[in-house]
Design a protein around this ligand. Structure first.
Ligand SMILES: C=C(O[C@@H]1C=C(C(=O)O)C=C[C@H]1O)C(=O)O
Length: 370
């Protein structure tokens, strides 16, 4: 009997073996990568090939899932039946009070001239009886334009998400990235009106990315900034692209970008330090990145020349496709941890920043409730 795609995931999970299943933005095909043993591999120099799962703190090691077997399929992603058992666990107000205080401290650091921007976040605990594969199916049906994934390693845990943010895409020497920041709730409008606070915080991200890449990339192109919808939210997005040179390795490019001010802040190291000292929980893989690292793709191009044997020219493409791990959750037994944050600038209002994290938590809460 041949196993169907979802059974294959369930079997791998049941056998406590590592896997990742994912669908890229606006694509139909869901890919599945299986690793055949429980070994925890790490990325050493970014020349490896496999699926990378990297934490926020770039000083911690990034995990590499080996591609021992892979499958792909177009899944019929019908939503699973209604279930109203998933509610954020009761918060006595201490969670909100802590977050408001944290944002206040961030604003204070900015006004004191120590930081320009800092992204501050929190975790939200939710109870559920749904199984992870069911949740993954809900993600697929709700967020066709996001990078949707479920990732598992027995020594690390199980993570799920639907992120709108690409960190980096490389096809041989061609590079693409984006600056994504600024948030508003989607209320059915065709395009939102943006305030100065959002325009400025997103511009800081664009500036950081272009400054980080300008010595490493040729033909750097920066698009206009546009509104970009991600589920129940709007963001501001600028696309950035160019060509790398053979002297610059992927490792150098990734380290110069990650973590960008879309998820960390400016100056980068001071903002990271503030986050690690003040958030009082561990982000782990939230605001890290994940995706295909150095996937080889064979391309057959038929010869266009006449009077030549019907020969195909074979070239190998090297592709890397990485996404920032946002709108994600970690799954425990009967409990989920969701992660949400937002960019703080001198113009931030703590109450509005709290509300923004509540709006962002809807992305994952919707999949639990659908
Ligand atoms: C930090 C998050 O999102 C990031 C922060 C944003 C903001 O501050 O407006 C917008 C998009 C993301 O770059 C999150 O979703 O948790």
């Amino acid at each position: 009997m041949t196993l169907n795609f979802l059974d294959r995931i369930a079997q791998q999970y049941g056998n406590q073996l590592p896997f990742v299943a994912y669908r890229k933005p606006n694509e139909e095909e869901v890919r599945l990568i299986l690793q055949n043993d429980q070994e925890l591999h790490h990325v050493v120099d970014y020349r490896e090939s496999g699926f990378i799962f990297a934490p926020f703190n770039a000083s911690d090691e990034a995990i590499l899932l080996k591609n021992d077997a892979s499958y792909s399929e177009i899944l019929n992603t019908e939503k699973t039946s209604e279930n109203s058992d998933s509610q954020p666990m009761k918060d006595d107000g201490a969670g909100k009070a802590f977050h408001l205080g944290l944002v206040q401290r961030g604003i204070h650091e900015i006004k004191a001239g120590n930081l320009d921007k800092v992204v501050l976040s929190r975790e939200v605990e939710v109870s559920t009886s749904k199984d992870p594969i069911q949740l993954f199916q809900n993600i697929l049906s709700l967020y066709p334009t996001a990078f949707c994934y479920i990732w598992y390693h027995p020594k690390v845990g199980i993570w799920l998400g639907a992120t709108p943010e690409m960190l980096l895409e490389m096809e041989n020497q061609r590079l693409k990235t984006m600056s994504l920041a600024g948030t508003q709730k989607y209320l059915g409008e065709d395009s939102p009106v943006w305030g100065n606070k959002e325009l400025e915080e997103q511009q800081m991200v664009t500036q950081f990315i272009t400054d980080s890449l300008k010595d490493k990339i040729k033909l750097l192109t920066i698009s206009e900034t546009m509104s970009y919808r991600a589920g129940n939210l709007w963001h501001l997005k600028t696309s950035i692209s160019g060509m790398t040179t053979p002297e610059i390795g992927l490792s150098e490019i990734i380290h110069s970008l990650h973590p960008t001010p879309a998820v960390c802040g400016l100056p980068k190291l001071k903002a990271k330090d503030f986050i690690l000292k003040n958030e009082k929980y561990l982000r782990e893989f939230y605001t890290g990145f994940l995706g295909e690292l150095n996937f080889k793709e064979e391309v057959n191009r038929p010869s266009k020349r006449r009077n030549q044997e019907n020969r195909a020219y074979r070239t190998i493409k090297n592709k890397t496709s990485l996404f920032v791990n946002l709108r994600c959750m970690k799954i425990h037994k009967n409990k989920l941890t969701l992660y949400v944050g937002g960019g703080i600038t001198r113009e931030s209002d703590p109450e509005m920043e709290w509300k923004e994290t509540c709006d962002k938590s809807r992305t994952m809460l919707n999949i639990i409730r659908s």
